[in-house]
Design a protein around this ligand. Structure first.
Ligand code: G6Q
Length: 551
């Protein structure tokens, strides 16, 4: 990838467009161009993106495409997809696209084609998923598995947890699938509360197999299982499997090698859903639906690599994000899925986006003089409408939003879906066009209320619409966001695949942990010392997991 000099200079040609468009209104842009909705929309696979309700016009859009051209987004994508070590601060390739490549693809890391290994693991996962789903895989007392509990955090949790919820209507309802991530024992305790250990399978998902939260939860779960079954370590073989890159640490924990599903250091945590990290999802929805999801991801990978920039859905999403973030002063970006199944998508994208592009130095280590990743947030519609939409419509901040919806519901009951979608369309219309003071006054509104009831409009939105939420359309959507994030990282000239910013807090926590139960003076700043002392005075003694742990 090119180490470019300065984005500031590259943004110059766009600033004039931004100034011009900041003085216009979406109402005018639509009025002067009857073809606008068609001109600013694109179809990619199952997805239709209407981006006409953005504060852009043809010259501004062209200038954005030029920016992508100059940043060589296409070259950078091809470098990533052929296995170059683009994660330079960690010295690694970034190959989540290889996880969904077809069997006959050839993608080399250090000269070795990784595709056969990827498919060998997928086949093993499929075999295991089938055995659990069919009841062939049994617990140590001979009972079939009814509960699957994934223990992982961050990238080893958010992806499969979000996807499981998204594709729940494709899942085997006889299985209960849960995701435990928080080191707060409440998460594990509440999850295991009504579960029978004989029917419970734990999946310990950790790339490094050292993550404090995951290992603490895994040890407590093991204590719970062995304590409740009154058995020795043998039970672990029937009730624990692992997903990791670290075979030795997995073995040390007591999980047999044949019960470990590997992945590779060229898979970043937050990009790992398509790897063995997807095992709980595969068990839930079955190997066939999982493969359909991978095909969806792969379809979008090809589109990103091959479609011209002006018709490239992830590139367009990325450029629009740059437009607001770097030229029109937006600080945040809302993701608003109008589908309850996608309720966790905003949380998932928070990690994908903010951990990737929440960076303050460029690829040469210099502090950047431009804005990088935005704050991502959101909730499913229509819930958000009764909460924070007030600010979107009448607040003082620009919040570009992605509205994501489907033409058909997986639960076509009564007129729910039409009502949901009427709101979906109404919101982007209201945000774009608002309601002028004149119209509000003409409706007979008392003059003193007119300002309160006026909607300025001119608030930008993307509409992403697909026919139906399927494993494939879901895979396409997630891949589109991955590549949007990649596009932006290239333009901001930051390294999107490391996350050093999570380290300092972890180190300090390791130092503080022994201080919480010690009587010697804590050695921090005055505020932290006082808080630690206060906690010490009030803390309760711990209960050992096997004795009194969960339950
Ligand atoms: C993701 C991050 C981070 C990671 C978790 C879990 O990109 O690297 O969220 O996934 O810290 O790490 P382990 O899988 O190693 O437990």
């Amino acid at each position: 990838m090119k180490n470019r000099r300065s984005l500031d200079r590259e943004l110059r040609p766009l600033r004039e467009h931004a100034r011009r468009l900041a003085r216009t209104h979406l109402r005018d842009l639509f009025a002067v161009d009857p073809d606008r909705a068609r001109r600013f929309s694109v179809e990619a696979g199952d997805w239709f993106l209407d981006y006409s309700k953005n504060l852009i016009d043809e010259p501004a859009f062209r200038a954005l495409l030029d920016l992508a051209e100059r940043a060589d987004v296409r070259g950078a994508a091809s470098e990533m997809m052929r296995g170059a070590p683009i994660n330079r601060t960690e010295g690694r390739a970034v190959l989540h696209t290889a996880l969904r490549a077809p069997r006959d693809a050839v993608i080399r890391v250090n000269g070795r084609n990784v595709v056969p290994e990827v498919h060998a693991v997928l086949d093993r996962m499929a075999d295991f998923a089938w055995r659990v789903r069919s009841g062939e895989w049994r617990g140590c007392t001979g009972r079939p598995i009814r509960n699957v509990v994934n223990i992982g955090i961050g990238g080893s949790d958010l992806g499969p947890a979000m996807a499981y919820q998204a594709l729940k209507s494709w899942s085997d309802r006889r299985l209960r699938v849960e995701f435990v991530s928080n080191i707060d024992a409440t998460h594990l305790a509440e999850t295991l509360r009504d579960m029978e250990p004989e029917e419970t399978l734990f999946i310990v998902a950790s790339k490094t197999f050292t993550t404090e939260e995951t290992m603490t939860n895994a040890r407590t779960a093991r204590g719970w299982l062995l304590g409740r079954l009154g058995q020795a370590d043998g039970a672990v073989a029937r009730h624990f499997v692992a997903i990791s890159t670290q075979a030795d640490r997995v073995a040390e924990f007591g999980i047999a090698r044949e019960n470990m599903f590997p992945f590779w250091d060229w898979v970043g945590g937050r990009y790992s859903l398509c790897s063995a990290i997807g095992l709980p999802l595969m068990i839930a929805i079955g190997p066939e639906s999982f493969r359909a999801m991978l095909d969806g991801f792969h379809w979008m990978d090809r589109h990103f690599a091959e479609a011209p920039l002006e018709a490239n859905l992830p590139v367009i999403l990325g450029l629009l994000g740059i437009w607001y973030n770097n030229l029109l002063g937006a600080q945040t970006h809302a993701v608003l899925p109008y589908d309850q199944y996608l309720a966790r998508l905003p949380a998932y994208l928070q990690q994908a986006d903010m951990e990737s592009n929440g960076k303050r130095v460029d690829r040469l280590g210099r502090v950047v003089r431009w804005q990088t990743g935005p704050i991502i947030w959101g909730e499913p519609g229509t819930n958000g409408q009764h909460a924070f939409f007030q600010l979107l419509h009448q607040g003082t901040k620009v919040v570009p939003c992605d509205f994501i919806g489907f033409c058909r519901s997986r639960n076509p009951i009564g007129d729910h879906h039409d009502r949901l979608m009427a709101n979906f369309f109404a919101q982007t219309e209201a945000l774009a066009f608002g309601r002028t003071a004149e119209v509000v006054a003409a409706e007979g509104t008392p003059p003193e209320l007119v300002p309160h009831r006026t909607f300025p409009g001119n608030r930008p939105t993307n509409t992403l619409l697909a026919d139906e939420l399927t494993p494939s359309s879901f895979g396409q959507l997630i891949a589109a966001y991955e590549h949007k994030i990649f596009t932006q990282g290239v333009i901001w000239n930051v390294y999107s695949f490391d996350q050093w910013g999570v380290e300092l807090g972890k180190q300090l926590a390791r130092r503080i942990l022994p201080e919480l139960s010690s009587s010697s003076e804590p050695a921090h700043d005055a505020s932290t010392n006082a808080l630690i002392r206060r906690y010490r005075e009030r803390r309760a003694p711990a209960v050992p997991p096997a004795a009194g742990g969960p339950r």
